[in-house]
Design a protein around this ligand. Sequence first.
Ligand code: AMP
Length: 355
Amino acid sequence: MTPLPPGSTIGILGGGQLGRMLASAAAQLGYRTHVLAPDSESVAAQTASSLTRADYHNRIVLADFAAQCDVVTYEFENIDVAPVEWLAARVPVHPSPASLKIAQERVGEKRFVEQVGGTPARWAAVATRQELDDAIASVGTPAVLKTTRMGYDGKGQVRLQAPDDADAAWDAIQGPAVLEAFVDFTHEFSIVLVRDVDGRMVSYPPPWNEHHDAILSRSTLPAPAEIAQHWTQAAALTGRIADALGHVGVLTCEFFATPDGPVFNEMAPRVHNSGHWTIEGAVTSQFENHIRAICGLPLGDTALTAAQVEMENLIGDDWERWPDVLAEPGAHLHLYGKREARAGRKMGHVTRLRR
Ligand code: AMP
């Protein structure tokens, strides 16, 4: 692919903090960014060159957006695939709608990952209350019942300790779901990989990801031995997933580390919260590498810039600690410009480097 020259316009579907950080990385490389998002408060628009505030389904808006952009990307996967496919027929869209479709629906995602040699937790598809009983019989308990679509940060999932929890779990989820065996993991980690238009790939060292209430709270590098031993295998699987999809841009796979090997949890066809540490902690950030990949530029070095790197999410009221963070040597503060700090809302993050 001929590289897109600086000054070209990158369209971003979605108005959240991932779009905000993508737009900053794009600006550094001399690109313009155009955000399309329906939200009344778009924190991506604060750093982008322009914003269209509109519904993703408005064809007049989409046609205008396609005409103004040289390439289009998306910053979240809970977007309808139809407008993305419509755009892809008119302007290059990276990652392609194929990656989006697979990541949006847990049953297809697990089947696909099994086909390329990955191992998810034992699972069964559940369409009705009766099927939940069958699934409990085959998967066992403890288990997690997850909606097949639109789940994130622990939303759309409920834990079953015993078969007796089936009624309550079904009442909470009420729809197409997947029952997953509860994985007795030692650690959680992720592989953030970037693939360019010609199929070249680089990936970052895996962080140890700690969650609180199913929301990422901390990523730490280098990861402990329980994760490091699975690095090669997990990175190879992520690479096979990216190749099979013809993925262009960042692809993130989340894993559970167990003594029996890495267990695949889920994938995101985009930059990821567990890669925020790369802004200061890696030679090239995940955001810059995503922009490089979708614009046909060479991919950048993913090595660590410090002996130890830690990323802490600032969730809800945590952001009020910003003066203390600024006083810390070696701490880098990122606030996302959101007006309202609701419980569980990601308001910013801190990256700490130890040399
Ligand atoms: P998810 O949104 O599916 O990534 O789930 C959010 C978090 O819930 C994960 O990062 C885990 O901490 C936990 N979790 C989800 N699924 C499982 C599972 N099958 N076994 C154990 N923990 C899980």
